[in-house]
Design a protein around this ligand. Sequence first.
Ligand code: AP5
Length: 217
Amino acid sequence: MRIILIGPPGAGKGTQAESIKAKYPIAHISTGDMLRENVRSGTELGKKARAFMDAGKLVSDDLIIDMMRARLRADDARAGFLLDGFPRTIAQAEALDGLLKEMSIELDAVILLEVSDDTVVQRLASRRVCSSCGAIYNAIAHPPKIEGVCDICCSKVIQRDDDKESVIRNRLAVYHEQTSPLIEYYDKKGMLHRIDANVAKDFVLKYLETLNAAGNV
Ligand code: AP5
């Protein structure tokens, strides 16, 4: 199974990826998580990416494509993968097409999580994440059992630096300008599946199971 999840910030890509990888043995590849890990460990890539991420802008295509070239060839991606946050521009989508061609593999589906801008702002302002394992919470709808402590690994639960309202608005503007053209790109290839992501969380997994049962992914 080789799938791309696309959608605005806060659409629920990370949340859906957690349930999908619990059910299917495929690699969850999140460029946002990879970049945050590079920032935490102070790598050259992390140093270059940090200012863009904090401002809600995209990191340059060249850096992202180099990072993904190596990641897609890793052993755990052989059984399939779920791309979360990549591609995010037409240039990245074209580079991905080239990489997959070199590897003689094809994508199965692109799942678009559609959600309103108001819902995005509301969800991200209340999102909390584990500073260690990355588990996703919501201070209103899905808080950790003990405030500020991760249910899974007991580490500190924090607010992401880019979840401040002014940065959220920038991220949304960047999505509409630079990422939404991917909708037409994949629709023209006949790969796009639209899902209303304003609804309950388990709906996306159910939809994917239907596609899987029908042999579409
Ligand atoms: P990244 O980490 O990819 O952030 P994003 O795309 O903005 O997406 P988010 O992680 O914010 O949201 P999500 O859709 O995963 O939502 P979540 O499941 O957490 O990227 C961060 C930055 O890195 C970018 O701004 C950029 O600088 C850089 N970057 C990354 N990739 C790049 C690339 N390819 N090129 C260039 N730069 C790149 O859910 C959000 C909240 O909503 C949670 O609290 C959750 O509990 C709640 N929620 C989720 N689903 C539901 C539901 N159905 N109902 C109710 N609540 C829900």
